[in-house]
Design a protein around this ligand. Structure first.
Ligand SMILES: [Zn+2]
Length: 78
C-alpha cells in the first residue's frame, strides 16, 4: 500500500518559484526558506538550465549533420 501511495503522489506548481512539489506539503520545499530575490535567482537558474539542455540538442544535431556530410563526401570521393 505504501508503494502505491508514493507512486500516486499529486504535485502542485508553486506560485512563487514555479517548481512542482507534493500536494501534501503545506509549503513549497524549494522556496519556503528563500527570500524574494533568492527565488528570482532560483527561477533564472532553472530557466538557464532548460536553455543549456536545448543547446546540447542543437550541438548534437549539428554534429549529426556534419557526420552525414563527411560520410556523403567519402562516398563521392571513393
Ligand atoms: Zn516554491
Amino acid at each position: 500500500m505504501q508503494v502505491l501511495y508514493s507512486r500516486n503522489v499529486q504535485t502542485v506548481q508553486c506560485n512563487r518559484c514555479e517548481l512542482r512539489y507534493p500536494k501534501k506539503e503545506s509549503e513549497c520545499p524549494h522556496c519556503k526558506d528563500l527570500s524574494d530575490s533568492e527565488v528570482k535567482t532560483l527561477k533564472l537558474e532553472t530557466e538557464r538550465e532548460a536553455d543549456a539542455h536545448s543547446d546540447v540538442g542543437k550541438v548534437m544535431l549539428g554534429a549529426a549533420i556534419i557526420m552525414m556530410l563527411v560520410v556523403a563526401l567519402l562516398f563521392v570521393l571513393l
